[in-house]
Design a protein around this ligand. Structure first.
Ligand code: SIN
Length: 313
């Protein structure tokens, strides 16, 4: 019924067969997990945000599902960047799908070292995570505009694979102006917005305690709770980036309608995290089919046709 609806898209010059990929976060840490994504309808394989050294992450419980999303303070558990450089070669060879590295250094030198390594690897794009809220004593770089400017200035000079930035949510219009200016200045290839809303607190009234252990219960909120923030961030950046920087929309995509709303707001593609954790890899094909159905009903036949077409009231 919907086979004429073309979900293919391009992000920073990389062709994606579909508008839907996994987000860095849940279930993309081990090679087995990455293989599951590679075999699914996710149009690319996004790997877990990595650090120079392997990390166990924060103490458990550190991830809890909620009625409309999740709260987590994982603390970047990962196998260390060298493993992901190896995985990228294996994945590229075995599956031929675009592979995206995600990295989250503890300091500028870490980020430079990892970007250099991934620039030499077979990955197609490199996402630098400036927005992990879960490391004690380490602020989210995306909220420090001076440092963001400085670090990106150095990272973007290294070689030619597209660099993207995973951004935290912003809540003030002047912050969109400032961040967009930095992204344009350094010619980043894409942004992924938004990461979880950091440092939220869910309290269980029965136990009179938080529901996750790290950081006194403070953790990143994701899922349907945050979709309106994700949509406004995508829209605000679309208006400021003048078509020069691609946008991955992230946050609260459960249905094809959610994915369509991100498309109207201006996303070039979307990333699915919390729903993938809850529902597994079948979520990518379900959301794609639902998106095709809504596009067909509305008379759109491609992603490009509907992108950014939010109407004025
Ligand atoms: C984590 O591992 O702490 C989540 C990653 C993130 O929020 O960027």
């Amino acid at each position: 019924m919907t086979k004429n609806i073309d979900l293919s898209t391009t992000v920073a010059g990389v062709n994606l067969e579909s508008y839907i990929i996994n987000a860095s976060g849940p279930d993309c840490t081990t090679y087995e997990e990455l293989q599951t994504i590679a075999r699914s309808e996710s149009a690319a394989v996004m790997m877990k945000s990595c650090t120079v050294e392997p990390r166990e992450g924060n103490p458990e419980p550190r991830y809890q599902r909620l009625d409309f999303g999740a709260i987590q303070s994982m603390g970047l558990p990962n196998l260390g960047y060298k493993e992901y450089v190896k995985f990228s070669a294996q994945l590229r060879q075995e599956y031929g799908k675009p592979v995206i590295a995600s990295l989250s250094g503890m300091c500028k030198e870490d980020n430079l070292k990892m970007v250099e390594a991934f620039q030499e690897s077979p990955v197609d794009m490199i996402e630098v995570n400036f927005s992990c809220p879960n490391i004690v004593g380490k602020p989210q770089l995306g909220y420090d505009f001076e440092q963001t400017d400085k670090v990106l200035g150095e990272i973007c000079k290294i070689n030619s694979k597209p660099i993207g930035v995973k951004l935290p949510p912003y809540f003030d219009l002047c912050h969109f102006d400032m961040v967009a200016e930095i992204m344009l200045k350094h010619k980043v290839g894409f942004i992924s917005c938004i990461n979880s809303i950091g440092n939220t607190l869910i309290i269980d009234a029965e136990t009179e305690a938080p529901i996750i252990k790290p950081k006194g219960g403070f953790g990143g909120l994701s899922g349907q709770y945050i979709k309106p923030v994700g949509l406004s961030n995508v829209r605000a950046f679309l208006e400021r980036l003048k078509g020069q920087v691609a946008i991955f929309g992230v946050g609260g995509i459960v249905t094809g309608t959610d994915a369509f709303e991100y498309l109207l707001a201006g996303a070039d593609a979307v990333q699915i995290g919390t729903t993938f954790e809850k529902e597994g890899a079948a979520s990518f094909s379900r959301i794609a089919q639902e998106l095709q159905a809504i596009m067909q009903r509305k008379g759109y036949s491609s992603i490009a046709e509907a992108k950014g077409k939010l109407r004025e009231l």
